[in-house]
Design a protein around this ligand. Structure first.
Ligand code: GLN
Length: 425
């Protein structure tokens, strides 16, 4: 059988292709000269499978899509507090190049607008780095997200620098507030080089998939950034990634995203996929016209909106029964599926409501396929409390889904691979 996913992507591209509305960014002359008809879309799953259609391997400059990744590098290199002291996380509702800072603190409102992104660039790498080393730190980091060494378009960079008056104005203003502590022009040059990094839609999908995959590049296996940083970056993408169109995007598409003026657009759906589209004509917000249409379509066709409420989990307690009789009687709670807070709460309720009369109790995890940290801790607390109530507790856990279970203070548990080992114990 042939996969239907590339066919679906081809069909979606065909639907948006006739739309030639919008304009290329004129303020970077080199970008205005690019082929406006390019069109591509790529899905990259969190386990590294890539599906694409159209112009998946055409290189273009990353532009503002570099912003969430550089913000991630700054958070990783400097830590949260120093970065948050200089760049806020409030959606500004303003255009990407608005010259505005928070009135009391002088901070840029968020790292997705240019003021915040220029600041975030200055915070990548250690404080005493020279500007060229900092650019290398950033390119190296962006490359790690993509899983290959990325190049740079010097012509686009020079073209933007020649007309960078607005970004220079922003940088000088940041410098006057003490948010930037380095030479304003050098920081804008570094930031412009960062924006001139060359990527393909395939690279962008992989970069987004790295965010969707808790910071681990699905192909290289490298942990590029830690999970708390991923959560921070995805949150800021969700609230600020589409500039003054962020609210429309959040309601209609609902995927943490970032656009760039060269026509790229990415979305990262936590735990599922990274998506990238490429189409250079932009709407008045500076977002790719056909890219936005494609994302609207992907989101509704495939139920990718992050606020889509999942079907209520199938009963986590598959059965609650007693095997054996007399003093050997064993109360068995057989659990199933993926267990998070809401599911483990059902297990707590079940164990409380059917307060086991039997001295021996087994929690059978054979059919549990995943367990988050909260669920693991609460299951161990169930074990501890049952022990304190005088029960002998068994964990049937053939695949060590809870490695080295330690129910803590006063708790005791015997781990077995099969239920019959608890029956005969
Ligand atoms: N390099 C561009 C700028 O700073 C990036 C803007 C964007 O992609 N929205 O203006």
């Amino acid at each position: 059988m042939r996969s239907m996913i590339p066919d679906y992507l081809t069909e979606a591209l065909g639907d948006v292709e006739p739309d030639t509305s919008g304009e290329q960014a004129a303020y970077i002359p080199e970008l205005a000269a690019a082929d406006p008809d390019r069109l591509g879309a790529v899905f990259a799953t969190v386990d590294g499978k890539v599906y694409g259609a159209g112009d998946t391997d055409t290189e273009f400059t990353i532009q503002s899509i570099s912003k969430p990744f550089t913000y991630a590098l700054a958070l990783g290199d400097r830590g949260f507090d120093p970065v948050l002291a200089k760049v806020g996380v409030e959606p500004s509702g303003e255009a990407f190049n608005e010259i505005s800072l928070e009135s009391e603190t002088g901070r840029p409102r968020n790292p997705m607008i240019n003021a915040g992104a220029i600041t975030a660039h200055s915070l990548a790498g250690p404080a005493d780095m020279d500007p060229a080393e900092r650019v290398e730190r950033v390119v190296h980091g962006l490359s790690a997200f993509a899983g290959r060494r990325l190049g740079m378009d010097d012509a686009v960079c020079a073209s933007e620098m020649e007309h960078a008056h607005r970004n220079l104005a922003i940088a000088h203003m940041l410098r006057s507030h003490g948010i930037l502590t380095e030479d304003a022009r050098a920081v804008v040059e570094g930031y412009t080089r960062q924006c001139s990094v060359l990527v393909t839609a395939r690279d962008l999908a992989m970069m987004a998939a790295t965010l969707a995959n808790r910071g681990v590049n699905p192909l290289s296996g490298e942990q590029v950034i830690r999970e708390p940083v991923v959560r921070q970056v995805l949150s800021v993408m969700a609230t600020c990634g589409m500039y003054d169109a962020a609210g429309d995007w959040a309601t209609q598409v609902g995927i943490p995203a970032k656009s760039g003026v060269a026509g790229g657009l990415i979305g990262a759906l936590p735990g599922q996929i990274g998506i990238a589209t490429f189409s250079p004509r932009l709407d008045p917000h500076g977002n790719s016209v056909r890219g936005v249409s494609l994302f609207e379509r992907f989101s509704s066709d495939m139920g990718l909106h992050v606020m889509e409420v999942p079907a209520a989990a199938r009963a986590v307690v598959r059965s609650n029964h007693v095997v054996g009789s007399g003093p050997d009687a064993l109360r068995v709670f057989q659990l199933q599926g993926g267990i998070g807070f809401a599911a483990v709460e059902r297990v707590v309720r079940e164990t409380v409501d059917t307060a086991p009369a039997e001295a021996r109790v087994a929690l059978d995890l054979t059919m549990v396929h995943s367990l988050d940290d909260v669920a693991r801790r609460m299951l161990l607390e169930i074990v501890r409390r049952l022990t304190l109530d005088g029960h002998e507790v068994y964990l049937v856990d053939p695949e060590s889904i809870i490695p080295d279970p330690d129910p803590g203070d006063g708790g005791r548990v015997t781990v077995v691979g099969r239920l019959d080992q608890a029956r005969t114990a």
